[in-house]
Structure formats: C-alpha cells, structure tokens
Design a protein around this ligand. Structure first.
Ligand code: 13P
Length: 241
C-alpha cells in the first residue's frame, strides 16, 4: 500500500512567531481531513522545536529541509540526523533543486545524506527533476534516471519518499500538466525495486489544481512550496477530494 503524503516545504520562510500563528489557524482547518493522508511540514531549523511542541498529539508530522551525513563534527552550518530526531523530526528533504543549484549539492552528497537519514530513523524525501532546458532537449527521463541511479546506491527503498519536482515548475506558477507529471512519475516508479514507494509531485501546487493532480494514478502526494505558507491555502490542499 502506498501512503498518501501531503507535505509543505516552507523553505527559508517563517520566524517562530509566524510559525505558531500559522499552526493555530491551520490545525483548526484540517480537523475533518480524511484519515487516508499524512500531513508533513518541513520547516526551517529554528522552527523545528516550537512546531514539534505544538504538534504534540496532532496528526501533522515534522520534517526538516536538509540533513548532514556525519553524526557530528566540524561542519559549520550543517545539522545531523540525531539533532533532528531528538526534536521529533520524522522526515527530511534531501537534494531539493535549490540545494543542488545554489549550494553545490551533487548526486554523491545526496546519496550520503539519504543513507545517514535512514540510519537514524528519518525518512528522506528525495527530490529529482529536470530544468526547462533539459526538458526542451528531450533529456527529462535520462536526467531523472541518473539522479535516481546515483542517489539511491545503497539506499533502502522501504523508508523512502521521492518527490518529482520539475525545476521549471517550481515557484513559477507554471504547473506541470497533471498527465505529464503522472507519466514521469511512472518512469520513476519503473526504476525502483520497491513498488510501495510514495512518489509526490511538486511545483506550483495550489488548491485550484490539487484535485486534478491527486486524481492521477501514479501520484501519491505533493510537496508544496509557496502555497504551504498560507494556512488556508495549505488546508485547501490537504482537504482535497
Ligand atoms: P512551489 O510550490 O512554490 O512551486 O515550490 C515547490 C517546491 O519547491 C517544493 O519543494
């Protein structure tokens, strides 16, 4: 059985007080959401502890946006898996395109992060996706297969989530057409050995397109950036029909 996971990625948005304000509003609006879906919030490091406290006993799961491969050490600016699990983090995004583009993340460092996350009991959300130029050049499948094959060496597929995030659809308002997202996610699924991996779509997901996206047979959830910052928008996504 593939789990449905609706996750928000706050990126570098929200102070602690803004996070608390969001939660008060958001939790009230997802009371009646069907039980078939898990809700995850991937928040900045400074928000983790406070969000963890306000989620106590709630159905929302906590996620981070990165995790280092070493347990501790002289790695200024990084965070270890045990630092995350101790504050109640269950998920960690790994290899987001913004990390790859701006912070030198490679398939090799992605692979190290995935393995470290899993060995501490975190479930990594591996992001893959092509640029506009790669898509226009007919390279989408090859790029994604390379990201998977290199990223997943030695990674257990029973404790893994994958997010297909076409880079040209991130923060642009230009959603990948649902049928096309479904097709590429089918390609990803064919490349995996475990048929039960949850595979999400990410890129300009909004309350107005969530129903169509979630109606696709291969799509098991979404990873939402901009629209996860406003409680009513993210609740509208979580409450999809
Ligand atoms: P947007 O939903 O803002 O396009 O961002 C998607 C994303 O990058 C989620 O990780």
């Amino acid at each position: 059985m593939r789990k449905i996971i609706i996750a928000g990625n706050w990126k570098m948005y929200k102070t602690q007080s803004e996070a608390s304000e969001f939660l008060m509003e958001f939790i009230a609006q997802i009371d009646d959401a069907p039980e078939d879906r898990e809700v995850v919030l991937c928040v900045p490091f400074t928000d983790l502890a406070i969000v963890s406290k306000s989620l106590h006993g709630n159905r929302i799961r906590l996620g981070a946006q990165n995790v280092h491969w070493e347990e501790s050490g002289a790695f200024t600016g990084e965070i270890s898996a045990s630092m995350l699990t101790e504050v109640g983090v269950r998920y960690a995004i790994v290899g987001h395109s913004e990390r790859r583009q701006y912070f030198g993340e490679t398939d090799e460092t992605v692979n190290l992060r995935l393995k470290a996350a899993q060995s501490s009991g975190l479930i990594p959300i591996l992001c893959v996706g092509e640029t506009k130029q790669q898509r226009d050049g007919g390279k989408t499948e090859q790029i994604i297969i390379n990201q998977l094959d290199n990223g997943l060496v030695g990674v257990a597929q029973d404790k893994l989530v994958i997010a297909y995030e076409p880079i040209w659809a991130i923060g642009t308002g230009e959603t990948c057409e649902a049928g096309e997202a479904n097709r590429v996610i089918g390609v990803i699924r064919d490349r995996l050995t475990n048929p039960n991996v949850t595979i999400q779509y990410g890129g300009s997901v909004k309350p107005s397109n969530i129903n169509e996206i979630m109606a696709q047979p291969h799509i098991d959830g979404v990873l939402v950036g901009g629209a996860s910052l406003a409680a009513s928008d993210f609740a509208g996504i979580v409450n999809y029909q």
